[in-house]
Design a protein around this ligand. Structure first.
Ligand SMILES: Nc1ncnc2c1ncn2[C@@H]1O[C@H](COP(=O)(O)OP(=O)(O)OP(=O)(O)O)[C@@H](O)[C@H]1O
Ligand SMILES: [Mg+2]
Length: 251
């Protein structure tokens, strides 16, 4: 039986903005098993990135509990949280977030420096990962000398550098055209199938979400249950911009 690696129990996140409180998450309870591939969908502002920050130990809940491998993250020290972020979780972001002055190889080697991996092992691992991502000929390129899809592949290699159990991807295909996005999705599926990683991926795109076995929908800080309502909201967020105008040129 697979055991849950991530569990959220009645999680609230309230941001204090001067005099007002912003309730970004309002009692979220979800559970994700090891090796599971889960998608998180929902309209803009519904709390998806907030949720990812909590699961990634980048932030703590205001109320409720986030368990990682059975440990309540609110009870861990800052240095224990830093170790989890560095070793057990890999992050992939919409905007790639590579360091512009470093080459692809150096970007992938960086997280291993923080884990005191020897230079020899860092080079070997980074080379293998970049080759696996199809970037053999691009190892010495800096981010601005790479296409968007190539940059995201470097970011995926970097996320894998310390061989984490969990990969968190927040809109990993959001800045890519649909063909490149499909290629990145194939790589993410490969991580799930071949590397047996637990993957949580935020996406607006129902087609991309269809790759995931478990689908979580978040609306207004809560896990959604009303399917017809959710379908309508998701359709709107995929076909209309924030002002309600049709999104130009998109399917
Ligand atoms: N640091 C913060 N301080 C105050 N409010 C915040 C902060 N971060 C997020 N919020 C608010 O919390 C709500 C949820 O934000 P979040 O970034 O989680 O949404 P999202 O679902 O990821 O949206 P998008 O699809 O646009 O990325 C929003 O109303 C946002 O304005
Ligand atoms: Mg977001």
């Amino acid at each position: 039986m697979k055991k849950p690696i991530i569990e959220l129990k009645d999680v609230w996140k309230i941001y204090r903005m001067g005099e007002t409180d912003v309730e970004a998450l309002k009692g979220i309870s979800i559970s994700i098993n090891e090796d599971e591939f889960a998608s998180i969908q929902g309209p803009s502002g519904s709390g998806k990135s907030t949720l990812m920050h909590l699961v990634g130990c980048l932030d703590l809940p205001t109320k409720g509990h986030v368990f990682l491998d059975g440990h309540d993250i609110s009870k861990l020290t800052e240095s224990q949280l830093a170790t989890i972020r560095g070793k057990r979780i890999g992050f992939v972001f919409q905007a790639f977030n590579l360091i512009p002055t470093l080459t692809a190889m150096e970007n992938v080697m960086l997280p291993m420096i923080f884990n005191n991996v020897s230079r020899w092992k860092r080079e070997k691992t980074a080379t293998e990962l970049l080759m696996e991502m199809g970037l053999k000929e691009r190892m010495n390129h800096k981010p601005n000398q790479l296409s968007g899809g190539e940059q995201q592949r470097v970011a995926i290699a970097r996320a894998l550098a310390n061989d984490p159990e969990v990969i968190l991807a927040d809109e990993p295909t959001g800045n890519l055209d649909s063909t490149t996005g499909k290629h990145i999705m194939d790589l993410i599926r490969h991580l799930s199938k071949e590397h047996k990683k637990t993957i949580i991926m935020v996406t607006h795109d129902p087609y991309i979400a269809s790759f995931a076995k478990k689908k979580v929908v978040i609306v207004d800080g809560k896990v959604g249950h009303d399917h017809e309502y959710l379908k309508k909201i998701l359709w709107k967020s995929n076909h209309e911009d924030k002002k309600g105008n049709p999104k130009g040129g998109k399917k």
